[in-house]
Design a protein around this ligand. Structure first.
Ligand code: HEC
Ligand code: HEC
Ligand code: HEC
Length: 430
């Protein structure tokens, strides 16, 4: 309770300082020149432009948040769970009353790239404008043309449930001042066009850092860029070229296959990444996927040293081996090699060695479903074991898979499993 209060006060203080500095001449241009904008009454966009805009919406994964499960596309209603409360994504169809039908293109640019609503209020960074600010004028023009071409849907947005002081939008001034870099994508000289394209997609529309970069207490990115982050009830692993925790042991083709098919010969995307693959990365063209892989492989990353693996003859490892044989081997295979394109391997799969075992605990307690993609339509399921295995057994089996077949990682404690069981509202052994 206390630490939350302190964090809260920090936001208020930061907001005050932020407001003062902001008023004192933070005059960076926040949008584009008038003559660059399409007039509100300009003729309908060309089909090619709308098609390209649809591709930009896929790159940005706008539907992921702006479409509720089972709801109408882009009509809002998806609630984002944040450590500060629930923030609802809004209706961004061209409906005049409940959507953005009476917005100008400038309003749209301001919202997507600068986090400002039409009424001048600030958006919460749950909307990843701090990444979208890198998107180019021409990509945003086409995205706007596409958004205008959508069917209007009348659906009022649900209210947010943020507690004080997070419900004060002015606090975002301070957040922006601290964490928002109001700058377009700047190509890095000396790097190839492909590398720059990869970085543009990762840092801009793809907003990969939103999940893969750890956050500080105020929700801003830390400097551990793409080096893994805990999400609520999960973990997004390091995706740099680090050999132990990142993609160092994956080839560029393995990365591309994972993003396109939702799986490769070692890993299967599920949970938040399964959704990102289903809505977004599977639709990226081969050149863009190759450029993303090239860029990720160029990042040195955390340089994490592999710890020594636990001794296979220790009691916890022996117990884990037993649980594995009885419950997991049928699918994950005899030597943890999984089933290509269906069941993730434990061997040679960096995600399994992540410092946090949160993903693994959640998969075993609640089960999961692999991404279903056009190229891999059968989404294999991981059954839940919450009802069958107790905390000690789950801790032991995960400690075992994290320290077998060439893996080495901190063990998983029964207390961690117990905590996750409560947090995830998983069932208990009968
Ligand atoms: C990770 C989730 C997420 C993604 C991805 C996302 N948005 Fe948002 N967006 C939000 C949330 C949440 C809000 C409301 C924030 C608030 O209330 O402060 C929002 C607000 C907006 C608004 C302001 C609407 C209004 O009525 O004020 C626009 C416009 C918008 N988003 C467009 C987009 C576009 C275009 C994309 C894709 C390029 C996109 N969003 C992707 C979460 C997301
Ligand atoms: C909404 C959160 C989210 C976003 C956005 C996101 N990821 Fe992920 N990503 C995850 C999670 C969670 C996992 C772990 C999935 C699993 O274990 O099934 C993951 C796994 C991965 C993996 C596999 C790593 C491994 O060791 O198994 C790669 C590669 C990856 N993401 C790349 C990307 C790229 C590239 C982007 C941006 C285009 C991106 N991700 C955006 C959450 C996200
Ligand atoms: C019926 C087949 C099946 C059985 C039995 C099974 N799994 Fe899985 N498992 C899968 C599939 C398919 C996935 C991929 C979907 C997902 O991640 O939710 C998966 C995913 C996982 C993951 C998540 C990997 C990641 O990328 O984060 C872990 C951890 C895991 N299983 C552990 C186990 C353990 C431990 C057992 C035994 C107690 C077990 N599984 C039994 C099929 C199975």
């Amino acid at each position: 309770m206390k630490s939350k209060l302190i964090a809260g006060l920090a936001v208020v203080v930061v907001a005050g300082v932020g407001a003062a500095l902001y008023i004192n001449g933070n005059t960076r241009a926040d949008d584009i020149a008038d003559n660059q904008l399409r007039a509100a009454d300009s003729p309908a966009a060309e089909p090619g432009q709308i098609r390209h805009g649809a591709y930009i919406a896929v790159q940005g994964d706008c539907a992921a948040c702006h479409t509720a499960p089972g709801g109408k596309a882009f009509a809002g209603g998806y609630g984002l769970q944040t450590p500060f409360g629930v923030i609802n994504a809004t209706n961004i169809t061209p409906d005049r009353d409940t959507g953005i039908g009476n917005w100008t293109e400038r309003d749209f640019f301001r919202a997507v790239r600068h986090g400002k609503r039409k009424d001048g209020q600030l958006l919460y960074p749950a909307m990843p404008y701090n990444a979208y600010v890198k998107m180019s004028d021409s990509d945003l023009h086409d995205l706007w043309a596409y958004m205008r071409s959508l069917e209007p849907v009348k659906q009022a947005p649900a209210p947010n449930t943020l507690g004080f002081p997070y419900n004060i939008r002015l606090a975002m001034l301070g957040w922006n001042l601290l964490f928002f870099q109001n700058a377009p994508y700047a190509p890095v000289a000396g790097q190839s066009a492909q590398w720059n394209r990869g970085r543009y997609l990762v840092d801009g529309a793809g907003h990969c850092a939103a999940c893969h970069t750890a956050k500080n207490a105020l929700g801003g990115d830390t400097s551990a860029y793409l080096q893994g982050a805990d999400l609520l009830g999960g973990h997004a692993p390091e995706i740099t070229n680090d050999a132990h925790l990142g993609l160092g042991t994956w080839s560029s083709e393995q990365i591309q296959r994972y993003l396109k098919d939702g799986s490769n010969d070692t890993a299967v995307a599920a949970g938040a990444m399964g959704e990102a693959v289903e809505h977004s990365t599977q639709y990226l063209n081969d050149a863009d996927l190759a450029d993303i892989a090239l860029y990720l492989k160029s990042l040195p990353g955390s340089g994490t040293q592999a710890p020594a693996a636990l001794n296979a003859s220790s009691p916890v490892m022996q117990r884990g081996a037993q649980v594995y044989e009885n419950n997991c081997m049928a699918c994950h295979n005899v030597h943890g090699e999984g089933i290509n394109g269906m069941v993730p391997a434990f061997a040679n799969n960096p995600g399994m060695r992540a410092s946090s075992g949160a993903n693994l605990i959640s998969a075993v307690l609640k089960g999961g479903r692999a991404a279903a993609t056009e190229s891999n339509v059968t989404a294999a399921g991981m059954p839940s074991f919450g009802w069958k295995l107790n905390d000690n057994d789950i801790a032991a089996v995960l400690t075992y898979v994290r320290n077998s077949w060439g893996n080495a990682a901190p063990g998983v404690a029964a207390e961690q499993v117990a905590k996750a069981r409560t947090a995830l509202k998983a069932s208990n052994p009968l």
